[in-house]
Structures are given as C-alpha cells and as structure tokens.
Design a protein around this ligand. Structure first.
Ligand SMILES: [Zn+2]
Ligand SMILES: [Zn+2]
Length: 191
C-alpha cells in the first residue's frame, strides 16, 4: 500500500469510528507503528486530523457545531462550508459546495450573495467567481458528488494535479450537479 492509500484508509476509518490509536491502525494496516507515525504526521501537518488523549481523530470533529445544513439537514462540520445571503438578509449555512449549488438553484431569485471558501487557503470568496472541482480523488466526507471550491484557476489546477477531477465555473457547476443529481432531492449524505 502506498502512503497516500494508507492515509486515505486512515481518514475513512476515523470518519466512521471517530478515534483510533496508533496501535490499532498499525495492526489493521499491518505496518509498523513508525510507519503509522509518519503517515499521521503528514495528515496532522495538513490539519486533517488532531491528536487527542485517546489517539487520533478527524480535525473537523473538534469544531462540530449544532447548526445544520439548510439543504441536506446534515450537521455542519465547518471544513468547507458555503453561505447564502438572501435579499431579505437571511443567512443560510450549507455543509459544502455540493449543497450550496443545489440550494442556490432552488432559491436563485432570492439569492443576494453566495459565499464559499478556497479549499487550499480557506479564504472567503464569492462562489460566482470561484472554480469548482468535481470528481477529485479526495474525500471531504460530505455530500456526493463532491464539489470543492477554489479562488483562482491556478489553485484549482494545482489541486487537480495531485488529486485529479474536472474544473467548472459557477454556472457550469450548477448545471453539472443538477444533471448528476437527476432530480433526486437526496443528497447522498452518509449521516
Ligand atoms: Zn448539505
Ligand atoms: Zn455536504
């Protein structure tokens, strides 16, 4: 198994089970604890996981709020959220760009602003000017088909180089996600 495959597996387990110890991971992957440490170090540097007293857990678990996504009603984990501000000044929170685009489509005429974040830099950007990456080989653990947003085409392409996927601009992304959801209101959320 390549390090990137192990890391993906570790993130999947953490997503399903919450917390794991180094020993558990090393047993499951059948690699030394030293190897697990190296994998984990990289994930920690990328802010994907946290060390806790019981082992390691996904970083997002630390900032789970009680808010839920306006579209899919899943709990927001704040990793890659979207906000929609309506003409009557209501602020809607969406768990991820997937739900952001679908919600936008539902209430398009009432949307004053749609705001998302650059996935690499976490800066706030207008979704209408953002670049949308679908089908990348990176699991956000949110809604499928997954959408990631980037401030510039350059950042989107940088990420695409490592994780693959297809880049869209705002209107194309809305069309694409609608096409894929094919009228199904279900979000593909796991929780
Ligand atoms: Zn959602
Ligand atoms: Zn989502």
């Amino acid at each position: 198994m390549l390090p990137i495959e192990r890391q993906k597996q570790i993130l999947n387990w953490l997503n399903e089970e919450g917390t794991l110890t180094i020993t558990e991971i090393s047993n499951r992957l059948n690699v030394s604890e030293m190897t697990v440490y190296r994998d984990i170090k990289q994930l920690m540097e990328a802010n994907k996981i946290n060390k806790t007293s019981r082992g390691i857990s996904l970083a997002s678990i630390a900032n789970v709020s009680s808010n839920t996504c306006t579209y899919c009603l899943k709990e927001l984990n704040n990793r890659h959220p979207v906000q929609i501000i309506t003409h009557d000044q209501k602020v809607e929170q969406l768990c991820c760009p997937h739900c952001g685009l679908l919600r936008y489509r539902d209430i398009e005429k009432n949307v004053s602003q749609i705001i998302c974040r650059d996935f690499l830099q976490n800066t706030t950007i207008s979704a209408k000017l953002a670049y949308f990456l679908m089908d990348s080989d990176f699991n956000l653990n949110c809604c499928q088909p997954q959408v990631l947003t980037f401030d510039t085409l350059k950042y989107a392409e940088q990420f695409q180089k490592g994780f693959g996927g297809v880049i869209f601009q705002f209107n194309e992304a809305v069309e694409e996600i609608l096409k894929r959801m094919s009228g199904d209101r279900g979000c593909g959320c796991h929780k």
